[in-house]
Design a protein around this ligand. Structure first.
Ligand code: PGA
Length: 235
């Protein structure tokens, strides 16, 4: 299983350090072997001494080593901390920041070429979902345009926009339907994201093609994220 936390614009440099220390302690004490990914804000990235299954990644970066891209970070700023994991295509970047598929593909190709582990997000809006399952799948597949789905360090995260930050996750049946359709072509791990919490993790993780979760709000406090991991571990 993969348990990923997306801090978005939450936690400080100091609280992130304390968070990661507590998380590490919890993982080691409980001998958890599942993969744990932490995506802090870019001001909080650092070199953390962690076991191999806990990895810190960036929520975003510009597809360059360095240069004139005001407000962005590039490979140079990430490599300083030995970070090799990146989140690409999150719906908040696609919608709020108007990131077009072309830029997303450039990011994907750049960080793929640099050997990064990529968590690639897709997911439909409420309007599209209301048109029905076929429309939702058509839209989701369009978000894979230009993306090498056979990249060996790829993880896909299916996050229906209407379930993000609402407190109401998608229904198990709906998630199952999308994940099984994706599974026809997508062989890498597939995560679900959208209002995952300790009370619904068991149900979500029991979905056949679900290999883990990407958690936002319910993961911003370490106790809450650890509870999700504890409740979600299979076996
Ligand atoms: P949420 O966010 O868990 O707060 O719904 C998930 C995400 O956006 O990755």
């Amino acid at each position: 299983m993969i348990f990923a936390t997306n801090f978005k614009t939450n936690n400080t440099r100091n609280s992130t350090r304390l968070y990661i220390e507590s998380l590490k302690e919890f993982i080691m004490e409980n001998e958890i072997k599942d993969d744990i990914l932490v995506f802090p804000t870019s001001t909080a990235i650092d070199s953390f001494s962690l076991p191999e299954n806990i990895r810190v990644g960036v929520q975003n970066a510009y597809p360059v080593e360095k240069g004139s891209f005001t407000g962005e970070i590039g490979l140079e700023q990430i490599a300083e901390f030995g970070i090799k994991t990146i989140l690409i295509g999150h719906s908040e970047r696609r919608t709020l920041l108007k990131e077009p598929q072309e830029l997303i593909v450039n990011k994907f190709n750049y960080f793929k070429q640099k050997g990064f582990e990529i968590v690639y997000c897709v997911g439909e809006s409420k309007e599209i979902r209301d048109e029905g399952f076929e429309s939702a799948m058509e839209y989701i597949w369009s978000e894979f345009d230009g993306i090498d789905i056979s990249y060996e360090k790829l993880t896909v995260a299916y996050e229906p926009i209407w379930a993000i930050g609402t407190g109401v996750s998608a229904k198990t049946k709906d998630i199952d339907e999308v994940l099984s359709s994706l599974r026809v072509k997508i062989k890498c791990p597939i995560l679900y994201g959208g209002s995952v919490k300790s009370s619904n993790i068991k149900e979500i993780i029991s979905i056949k093609d679900c290999d883990g979760v990407l958690v936002g709000s319910a993961s911003w406090e370490v106790e809450s994220f650890c509870k999700i991991i504890k409740n979600g571990i299979k076996g």
